[in-house]
Design a protein around this ligand. Structure first.
Ligand code: ITT
Length: 193
């Protein structure tokens, strides 16, 4: 059977690995932005995760002619009024600096004031079909990074049911419970032939 190609449109390596591992059983050949070097980036000027995911997916689908999956995600911290939220990537220049900034902003906040959630919006965009799904996972921000797995804010995101940070989970464990894992499971179901 002729399998169609699906573009996994992210320049974030951590996301790409999680996509591949969660979607492996779908009947697509996966392409990535590595296969389309030099494409201009989309303008992510939406006001919600959902809008930004749609902007990215539509942008890359129209440039490549391929069905495209894009993700917009981030960390929302209650004590900071939901920041960094859709600005999670732009919070600082590197993962380490983003973590340091967040820990600085939360200095002085006690154990019970550090609740947070990761949010993930996915958009599958093709000329025939647009699918949008969203999922969240609740946790709290600890005071010192723990673990080296995953990416981004994972080492400071404490997940109470497992008593570990996301930085201490394998990719498989993270995909079972994370915002992205849950959103990918919904998408997987919707895309089943
Ligand atoms: P693409 O737009 O190319 O997909 P990006 O990293 O620029 O990649 P976003 O604009 O969606 O993506 O930014 C999301 C940021 O939120 C990401 O860079 C991390 O800092 C953080 N983030 C999202 N999901 C995360 C996760 O599962 N673990 C840790 N941090 C995460």
């Amino acid at each position: 059977m002729n399998r169609s190609r699906l573009l996994l449109a992210t320049s974030n390596k951590g996301k790409l690995e999680e996509f591949r591992s969660a979607l492996v059983s779908l009947p697509f050949d996966f392409a990535s932005l590595q296969d389309f070097r030099g494409l201009p980036p989309p303008s992510e000027d939406g006001t919600t995760f959902r809008e930004n995911a749609r902007l990215k997916a539509q942008h890359y689908s129209q440039l490549t002619g391929l069905p495209t999956l894009a993700d917009d995600s981030g960390l929302c911290v209650d004590a900071l009024g939901g920041a960094p939220g859709i600005y999670s990537k732009r919070y600082a220049a590197t993962d380490a600096e983003r973590i340091q900034r967040l820990l600085r902003e939360l200095k002085g906040f006690g154990e019970h004031e550090r609740s947070a959630r990761f949010v993930c919006a996915l958009c599958f965009f093709s000329p025939e079909q647009i699918l949008e799904v969203e999922a969240t996972v609740e946790g709290k921000i600890i005071k010192e990074p723990r673990g080296t797995s995953g990416f981004g804010y994972d080492p400071i995101f404490w997940y109470p049911p497992l008593g570990r940070t996301f930085g201490e989970l394998s990719r498989k464990e993270k995909n079972l419970i994370s915002h992205r894992g849950k959103a990918l499971a919904k998408l997987h179901e919707a895309l089943q032939p």
